[in-house]
Design a binder for this molecule. Structure first.
Ligand code: GLA
Ligand code: ZN
Length: 671
């Protein structure tokens, strides 16, 4: 556990208040009062740290770090590349990104630098090394925070400048060797798009190429690679004089960068969580979204991660921004810890006076100091975390189920044209995951490169792309006793979006032959019966044939493909493979996975049925000791029955057979 605590605190921007010493004093006093033990400094401080080229002013930062240290507060120290000072963009315009339409950005905003530009890299490396030298061995500095939300600026997160085009061509040359190989991989003879010179290759652009999906996917791979390389450069720079670990803050389901690649440049994963609580009265969809994101982060290294940012009240950037209702701050903070976070950190400690984020929620508002509802909510979290820290140390969630969530598959399935243009990979994955969440069964989110050993159940919805070696891995997973689930529109293409010829790569394992796929309009939606209950088959309806020996658990009831299988089960080796031929609704996924949990012996940590809105998550150490978090996302009390005898972790209070949870309450139990 980093720094020996569950970290509590967040982004602190004292550079905005350097001329108000009384504010800086109040900050430290109130941090202590709120149980803050860690803050993140320097995320956007470049202009103050290097007021003119090559002239560093680190005095103020050192003083603040020391004052925090005296108050027992640790520091996560950021590199400042997230936002560029004006002297830099004025003198070296090449540091600014060029958009897909060919236009170079004007200075301003943030996250908008070219990660290939040699000048940008040089300037960032220089200040990072200087920070490393000055602060890398300070006692209360515990972690490097590289940049901020990498790739967060534009729709494709990318820079299309000449440096980047050049680097892209070199990257392709290394990957393919010859233009013949590249033309084959991208199916170049289609529309006469055969490249005869590497210089002809250009990134996808609205006024240029948008029809070669192989190019699109390779461009996205390249962007991830360049960004990861930039991050790696920063990591080496901050480690030059310092042994501290490094992280960067990831975003929720962020499509433009393959985090499985980027994570290799990091020691610890962290992310910024902003669920839209109270968007509607039913909080379950949002709770599922947040839990899935936490689990994506934990699964990256199968290790605890950090909740780097969250808002103690309301954000300012949605069309409307509801305040957290009483109880939700504690619950959403506990939810992060429940799924593997070793921290509850906020954006931001104090609201700024001006500009874009002055109304973004913070621990401290413009008025009333510590005498606010938000401050009290935060202080309660500050009191609770230390009570859990000892028991949480050395623990992590250890799921026996995994859901495939693969960035390259995401790009490919949403970039492709047909059978429909409105496929939403994240929504599809979430509707499958929700069945796990509702049952209180934790899942990892893995990509196609992950080892499958150790899981009992692996589900791969909408697994359109199969990279080389993946089908073989799934085959041996099932052969050795694993249960595998996949759906319509899976196993269609290889890594450059070329369709598999002949048959589905897992035809033998699934026991089906695929024929056609119907993407019907709403009036043509189909239906099927599963275990005597009717469910819809809509939007994507694959027409497949079951091979001999396969159990057909449900068939279409309508239309010319009436009688064709919708749900199949095939015994293969020591395991089972399931195919879901059509998209259905949440009731079906609940019923279907409910049966699979029984068949595979997967149980929630309370070994009882959970009422709607309640879930549970368990973190344990290698001896099985740890904590169970029982969370009620309903704004009313509920009772969980059949829990057996349980002990509350913080108080030692004993529950005999049932646990009553208040509105938005999280109870933590010993295991
Ligand atoms: C992101 C950024 C922060 C801040 C918040 C606002 O997470 O990292 O700097 O802008 O959004 O929600
Ligand atoms: Zn560039």
């Amino acid at each position: 556990m980093l720094g020996g605590h569950l970290l509590h605190g967040g982004d602190y921007n004292p550079e905005q208040w350097l001329d108000c010493p009384e504010v800086l004093e109040e900050d430290i006093r109130l941090m202590k009062e709120a149980g803050v033990n860690c803050v993140t400094l320097g995320v956007f401080s470049w202009a103050v740290l290097e007021p003119e080229e090559g002239v560093y002013d680190f005095e103020w930062l050192e003083e603040i770090i020391d004052n925090l240290g005296k108050a027992g507060i640790q520091v996560i120290l950021a590199t400042p590349s997230g936002a560029m000072p004006h002297w830099l963009t004025q003198k070296y315009p090449e540091v600014m990104q060029v958009r897909a339409d060919g236009q170079r950005n004007l200075p301003g905003k943030r996250h908008n630098f070219c990660y290939t530009s040699p000048v940008m890299r040089e300037k960032v490396r220089a200040i990072d090394e200087a920070l490393s030298k000055r602060f890398g061995r300070k006692e209360n500095v515990i972690l490097w925070h590289i940049s901020n939300e990498l790739g967060g600026n534009f729709s494709d997160g990318a820079c299309h400048c000449e440096h980047c085009q050049e680097a892209f061509r070199r990257w392709l040359q290394e990957k393919y060797g010859t233009l013949e190989e590249l033309n084959h991989a991208w199916w170049g003879r289609f529309w006469s798009h055969v490249y005869t010179d590497w210089e002809q290759i250009h990134s996808p652009a609205p006024h240029g190429e948008t029809t070669v999906t192989g190019l699109e996917i390779d461009w996205r791979r390249f962007v991830t690679e360049q960004m990861s390389d930039f991050c790696g450069m920063e990591r080496r720079a901050v480690k030059k004089y310092s042994g501290l670990p490094a992280t960067t803050n990831f975003m929720s389901f962020f499509k433009n960068l393959d985090y499985h690649r980027l994570q290799k440049e990091l020691d610890i994963i962290s992310w910024d969580s902003y669920p839209f609580w109270h968007r509607i009265k039913d909080e379950v969809p949002e709770a599922v979204w947040a839990a899935a994101n936490h689990s994506v982060m934990r699964s990256m290294k199968r290790a605890p991660f950090l909740l780097m940012e969250s808002v103690p009240s309301a954000v300012n950037w949605r069309e409307y921004n509801p305040l957290k209702r009483p109880g939700m701050h504690m619950l959403s903070s506990m939810q992060a810890v429940a799924h593997g976070s070793d921290s509850v950190l906020y954006f931001q400690w104090r609201k700024g006076r001006g500009a874009y984020e002055k109304f973004h929620g913070a621990v401290l508002d413009h008025r009333n100091g510590g005498n606010t509802r938000t401050f009290r909510d935060v202080s309660e979290v500050g009191e609770r975390l230390p009570l859990l820290a000892k028991k949480a140390a050395g623990t992590v969630n250890r799921p026996k189920a995994a859901i495939l969530f693969d960035w390259e598959n995401w790009w490919a399935v949403e970039d492709t044209t047909g059978p429909r243009l409105d496929l939403d990979y994240v929504q599809c994955v979430l509707s499958h995951y929700r069945a796990f969440w509702e049952a209180g069964i934790e899942a990892d989110f893995i990509n196609m490169d992950a080892e499958l050993d150790g899981y009992k159940l692996v589900s791969a919805p909408l697994n359109y792309m199969y990279r080389a070696g993946y089908a073989e891995k799934v085959r041996s997973f099932v052969e050795n006793g694993g249960t595998f689930v996949t759906t319509y529109f899976s196993g269609e293409v290889n890594e450059t979006d070329l369709c598999f010829l002949g048959r589905h790569p897992l035809e033998d394992v699934l026991g089906i032959g695929t024929e056609e796929i119907d993407a019907p309009g709403e009036e043509f939606a189909n239906r099927f019966l599963y275990c005597g209950k009717e469910y819809p088959a809509a939007r994507m309806c694959a027409i497949v044939h079951a091979k001999e020996g396969v159990s057909v658990l449900a068939s279409y009831e309508e239309d010319f493909y009436r009688g064709c299988p919708v749900v199949t089960e095939n015994a293969y080796g020591k395991g089972q493979a399931y195919f879901l031929a059509a998209e259905s609704d949440q009731d079906f996924y609940r019923a279907f996975y409910g049966d699979l949990f029984q068949k595979t012996g997967l149980e929630n940590p309370l070994r009882t049925e959970l009422p709607y809105g309640v879930t549970a998550a368990e973190r344990t150490d290698e001896d099985g000791k740890g904590l169970v978090f029982v969370m009620n996302f309903r704004n009313e009390p509920v009772k969980v029955e059949g829990t057996g005898r349980r002990t509350e972790a913080e108080t030692g209070k004993v529950f005999e057979g049932e646990i009553e949870l208040g509105a938005f309450e999280c109870v933590v139990l010993d295991v």
